[in-house]
Design a binder for this molecule. Structure first.
Ligand code: MRU
Length: 581
């Protein structure tokens, strides 16, 4: 560490104070901010041993996936340094003795809290380091009486982790802000919502989801951030609200139960949350309440992002149903600040986390860019032209997909290995509508991943209500409640919806960002979409009664990234056209 003391200046709060070894102090020291006392009191708890660390993690004086791991690792560094300075039974008699102690301490620290994977990954990395160090010294026949090489290795590892956490949070913040802004008009202010606490208090500094919000503010684009109270532990009300006030971000606190109404009445551009463990398919465990946010975001057509460093991925788990969910004590529900607010006898279920299925996630923001899901390989329009019978509810229950048989998939191992075309463009696209010459430029291949939100039977009416107001006259309806919507095909190039109103029927087509059966390796070129529209318009000029009117909507949020391409066939109830429905 170059600084004497680890005091991240990124966000007004310091979740911990780590003082490395220096000429003034023989060994490093650690103190953690007691988050249970916030927002009323700011006090630090000394952490001298792994027992101290276990207790502050278990009692949630410190919490948040990255911070739990950092505190655990720093406690190893601090206690090992202290032990290496003493002789006798409290010290380390040899390198092997230190390695054996470390092994036990790691097993013990892993029992503190089960859900956040960061702790487990960090502990396993420390063990690998220990094995490598011991092996190296065995091999060279070095003085194994001396535990110093292992102690130094653990200290270096802990200090590096502290530094890297802040760096990766800043990168997450910037990638996330770029992804959200890519869906908005230039200069447009952003309204976002976040849940739990993912800020400086959950990390070594800056934060993950709250880091994205900090970066939006830095860009001058944050209109408002709504934070949920996050019952039952109130991390949102106590900690996120505190961070927002400290950093003077435009924040509004709401209860968890207000989110759907907020979306319906005030509009929201995106939700950004953190993660405690992300399975290989993108299913994400995060603070209880996250799942219901994702469900209502889907319903309201709001982008739902998870922001997390690579250390939050657990590729050993194929899906989220394998994630262990911590159950917290009943008193967290029945009491508020020690005051009983529910009958003591009532049975209580208090899971600390829930799992959001990957199919509800717009993108996972990491320090290396944003991972976007893609519709899994499927049949062509023709094969999938099935009349809608089952309800959305029945479909969701049957296979967890939203929309007709369309399962969104993440290729997380591919992304982590640097394969695939998942990254958002490094510069933000120009919001201006493409000029005619650009429209037919075959070299103009969009990134398949920037902010694409797939339409579904559930959100197409909302899209029309929000963005295509004049279509309602055509339909002869005032709201989504007065139209009937069915998805008739989810092929390789387009998603197709029939919207039937009292007066007319409209076909809504949304282009996919790439050719589905091939995957992201074959992005759909813009000219493919524009040629289709141009051809239809041309046909319409020659045979107006046979070809429906085509309209394009340039709304980025719903489009091939950077370019909207939605097509409408507004059909009168002319029998010649009705076969399409
Ligand atoms: O129970 P907590 O407060 O440790 O839960 C914290 C969360 O769920 C956070 O959202 C998650 O750890 C990400 S923190 C960057």
């Amino acid at each position: 560490m170059t600084d004497d003391v680890h005091r991240p200046s990124l966000g007004a709060l310091q979740s911990l104070i780590y003082t490395p070894r220096s000429p003034q102090s023989e060994q490093p020291s650690l103190e953690v901010l007691d988050q249970l006392l916030l927002p009323n009191k700011k006090a630090y708890i000394p952490v001298k041993t792994t027992q101290d660390a276990w207790k502050v993690i278990r009692d949630m004086n410190v919490r948040g996936a990255p911070l739990i791991a950092i505190v655990a690792v720093l406690s190893l560094a601090v206690e090992m340094s202290a032990k290496s300075n003493v002789q006798g039974k409290d010290g380390f008699a040899s390198l092997q003795a230190a390695a054996a102690w470390l092994q036990e301490a790691v097993v013990y620290l892993k029992t503190s809290r089960p859900t956040a994977v960061n702790l487990f990954t960090a502990m396993d990395e420390v063990l690998l380091l220990s094995q490598a160090t011991t092996k190296k010294h065995d091999a060279v026949g070095a003085c194994v009486q001396n535990a110093a090489p292992l102690v130094s290795a653990v200290v270096r590892f802990a200090e590096q982790m502290l530094k890297e956490d802040v760096e990766s949070n800043q990168a997450i913040g910037d990638h996330g802000a770029a992804a959200i802004l890519a869906n908005l008009l230039p200069g447009q202010g952003v309204k976002v919502l976040t849940h739990c606490n993912t800020g400086s208090l959950a990390t070594a500094g800056y934060g993950t989801a709250l880091g994205v919000i900090r970066s939006l503010h830095k860009e001058g684009r944050l209109a408002r951030v709504f934070c949920t109270e996050t019952r039952p532990y109130n991390q949102g009300a106590r900690l996120t609200a505190f961070e927002l006030v400290q950093d003077q971000l435009p924040g509004t606190l709401i209860t968890d139960s207000m989110v759907s109404f907020l979306m319906a009445t005030q509009g929201l551009d995106a939700i950004v949350v953190g993660a405690d463990r992300i399975a290989a398919n993108g299913d994400t465990a995060n603070k209880i309440g996250t799942y219901q946010l994702a469900v209502t975001a889907k319903h309201h057509g709001v982008a739902f992002y998870v922001a997390a460093p690579f250390t939050s991925f657990d590729l050993s788990l194929a899906s989220g149903d394998q994630i262990e969910i911590e159950e917290r004590p009943a008193r967290e529900l029945t009491q508020v600040q020690g005051i009983q607010v529910a009958p003591q006898e009532i049975a209580v279920w208090n899971p600390g986390f829930d799992v959001t299925p990957a199919s509800l996630i717009t993108g996972i923001i990491t320090e290396k860019g944003v991972i976007h899901p893609f519709p899994s390989a499927g049949a062509t329009d023709a094969k999938r032209r099935v009349p809608t019978q089952e309800t959305g509810e029945a479909r969701r229950k049957s296979n967890g997909t939203v929309g007709r048989g369309r399962r969104m998939t993440f290729d997380i191992p591919g992304f982590l290995n640097g394969e695939g075309a998942h990254q958002i463009p490094s510069s933000l696209p120009d919001a201006a509508a493409p000029t005619p010459s650009m429209e037919l430029d075959s070299a103009n291949v969009p990134s398949p991943s920037s902010g694409y939100v797939a339409l579904s039977e559930e959100n197409v009416a909302l899209f029309l209500e929000k963005h295509v107001r004049d279509v309602w006259d055509l339909l002869g309806a005032r709201t989504g409640a007065e139209v009937e919507i069915s998805e008739v095909g989810d092929g390789n190039l387009n998603l197709v919806f029939i919207v039937r109103g009292p007066k007319n029927t409209v076909v809504v087509k949304q282009a996919l960002p790439y050719v589905r059966c091939v995957g992201e390796s074959w992005p759909l070129t813009l000219d493919r979409a524009f040629y289709e529209a141009a051809a239809l318009q041309e046909e319409g000029r020659h045979t107006p009664r046979l070809v429906p009117e085509v309209r394009r909507e340039r709304r980025r949020v719903w489009t091939i990234p950077e370019h909207l391409f939605i097509k409408f066939w507004a059909m009168s109830c002319d029998p010649l056209c009705c076969n399409l429905g």
